[in-house]
Design a protein around this ligand. Structure first.
Ligand SMILES: Nc1nc2c(c(=O)[nH]1)N[C@H]1C(S)=C(S)[C@@H](COP(=O)(O)O)O[C@H]1N2
Ligand SMILES: [Mo]
Length: 233
């Protein structure tokens, strides 16, 4: 967390549920005993119960969160497990990667997907977070567990993680061609076709309508989880 925000970003004080508009109405039902499926074209298929992650060292991380549409929420405190530790302890033994594996693809319970090359995904600051600000992660922000890649635009931080796949090359995520294969905030890698400083203006125009649309679908987890008995965390 440095004092100056990265190029083109502006601080906001709240932390909205946000994403591609198509996902605003998609509230996943969080299973009672969640599992992470492993696979892809560069690994054997396998799986890991989410509860098994508690055998990994827990770590806490304070980080700014940068959405590609130019909003930044400063100083969020996440708690969870390093993706690198998860990879070494669970992915390597249970879904042995082939020698030509280059990228990870993350998939959420709502069908959202986004990937990162190994060099980015296995960096020390990339977490699988199950807590935010000392509380269990809410459905709004990605229960039961989400990726947090603070050096990358928010679209890489996949919520409701249910699958981690290994691939031999970068694959488009849910944002398709709009997504950058790496999405590093410091290099303003907002997208791949136009430069970041151009996209910054286009995306800024989408911010208010997208916020409104997500707000309209707020609280939808209740119906997804089965009425008032649905679980919040
Ligand atoms: N499963 C899932 N993960 C997702 C998204 C989504 O729609 N579904 N949106 C992405 C985008 S574009 C952003 S900016 C962040 C927003 O995270 P938040 O809703 O916790 O603010 O989640 C990212 N991860
Ligand atoms: Mo975003």
């Amino acid at each position: 967390m440095s004092n100056a925000l990265p190029s083109g970003q502006r601080a906001i004080v709240d932390f909205p549920r946000f994403g591609l508009p198509a996902f605003a109405p998609r509230w996943p039902e969080v299973p009672g005993r969640p599992v992470l499926r492993l696979g892809g074209d560069a690994a054997e298929p396998g799986e890991v119960w989410l509860e098994d992650l508690s055998t990994l060292p827990r770590c806490e991380e304070a980080a700014d969160f940068h959405c590609v549409t130019t909003w930044s929420r400063r100083g969020l405190v996440w708690s969870g497990f390093r993706l690198h530790d998860f990879f070494e302890r669970f992915v390597v033994p249970r879904a042995p990667p082939r020698a030509n594996a280059r990228c990870l693809m993350f998939k959420g319970l709502d069908g959202y997907r986004s990937g990162l090359p190994f060099a980015d995904a296995l960096a020390a600051d990339v977490l699988l977070a199950d807590r935010l600000e000392g509380e269990p992660l809410s459905v709004e922000h990605g229960a039961p567990i989400r990726v947090v890649a603070p050096a990358h635009y928010g679209y890489k931080s996949v919520k409701h993680l249910c699958a981690v796949e290994l691939w031999t090359s970068s694959r488009p995520g849910s944002a398709g061609w709009m997504e950058h294969p790496r999405g590093r905030v410091a290099l303003e890698e907002r997208g791949q076709v136009l430069p970041g400083w151009v996209l910054r203006h286009l995306y800024r125009a989408m911010l208010a309508p997208t916020r409104w649309y997500f707000h309209r679908h707020a609280g939808g987890w209740r119906s997804a989880a089965g009425g008032s008995l649905g679980r919040r965390t």
